[in-house]
Design a protein around this ligand. Structure first.
Ligand code: ZN
Length: 291
């Protein structure tokens, strides 16, 4: 079989990762959690809460599998389920205080998992491997048939069409979802952009800083409070905030309104040219039908 080793290596890497997770959990005396719960807890520790259907989409499991995993976590006392107030239909999963207490354990396990990779690969190699594996898991049609955009609809020449397709990638996201990360969806190479919704009254359940990335928060709708380095400030639609890597940050939505925001992570100090100093306008470039 062609590429047999690829499947074997990917599976052995996953086994190694699971062993690290189990060893970490044992070391901290955490019971009732297996690696398949890890993805769910990871999302909840980062986002505070998530709907069942969103959890299923983000961890790539069926809804019934996620329901079973969440039920197990609920029995062990780590999560609770509430009726989702934003649409009144779905179930929203939240961490209990016992679940939130797992934050340092997960941070340690994440560091152990990262060390498995960083002891063997450079940052660039690891990023490339991640991109390639993500590409293997993408729908094979993603490249040939991206979501039609208004621009693509106007494109008529087959040559022009093929050239432009290799130079872009599209995704369509639910702007109301609790969190959507664009890095993998679009295979971004210079930034990570997440689109987030905190339900009214909800908070990110931890304070965090970054190693290298500055973050730009753009508040799209709603209101809430931003905490940075001991200071709390009100935020609302239209506010844009840059936070340096070292800033210890946390966000919460106001009790009255959900908070919708974009978070753009870029390596601090990495930007060279931009707009006029990076833009090119070759005179012989193909033009859209409306120019
Ligand atoms: Zn962050």
């Amino acid at each position: 079989m062609r590429y047999r080793q690829l499947f074997s290596y990917a599976s052995r890497l996953r086994t190694l990762g699971n062993e690290i997770i189990l060893a970490g959990l044992r070391r901290h005396g955490v019971v009732g959690i297996v690696p398949s719960h890890g993805d769910i807890l990871h999302i909840l520790l980062h986002d505070g809460s998530c709907t069942m259907s969103e959890l299923a989409r983000r961890i790539g499991r069926t809804r019934s599998t996620v329901t079973a995993l969440v039920r197990k976590l609920e029995q062990a006392g780590y999560v609770q389920q509430l009726t989702d107030t934003s649409d009144g239909r779905g179930r929203r999963v939240l961490l209990t205080p016992q679940g939130r207490a797992l934050q340092p354990v997960f941070a340690q396990i994440s560091a152990d998992l990262a060390a498995l990779v960083s002891r063997r690969l450079t940052d660039d190699e690891a990023a490339q491997l991640e991109r390639l594996l993500a590409k293997c898991l993408q729908s094979p049609d993603a490249d040939e048939a991206p979501q039609p955009s208004p621009a693509a609809a106007h494109t008529t020449s087959p040559t022009q069409r093929r050239v432009s397709m290799s130079n872009y990638r599209t995704a369509h996201i639910d702007l109301q979802a609790s969190r959507t990360e664009l890095h993998d969806l679009l295979q971004l190479t210079g930034c990570e952009v997440s689109c987030n919704t905190l339900p009214k009254g909800a908070s990110i359940p931890f304070v965090h800083a970054h190693k290298h990335n500055e973050e730009l928060y753009i508040i799209l709708d709603g209101a809430g409070t931003l905490f940075v380095d001991g200071q709390e400030m009100p935020i609302s639609k239209g506010d844009c905030i840059r936070i340096d890597p070292a800033g210890m940050r946390c966000l919460c939505a106001s009790p009255e309104q959900a908070l919708h925001y974009l978070c753009i992570q870029t390596k601090a100090g990495s930007l060279e040219g931009y707009t006029m100093t990076d833009g090119l306008m070759p005179a012989d470039a193909a033009k859209p039908s409306w120019l």
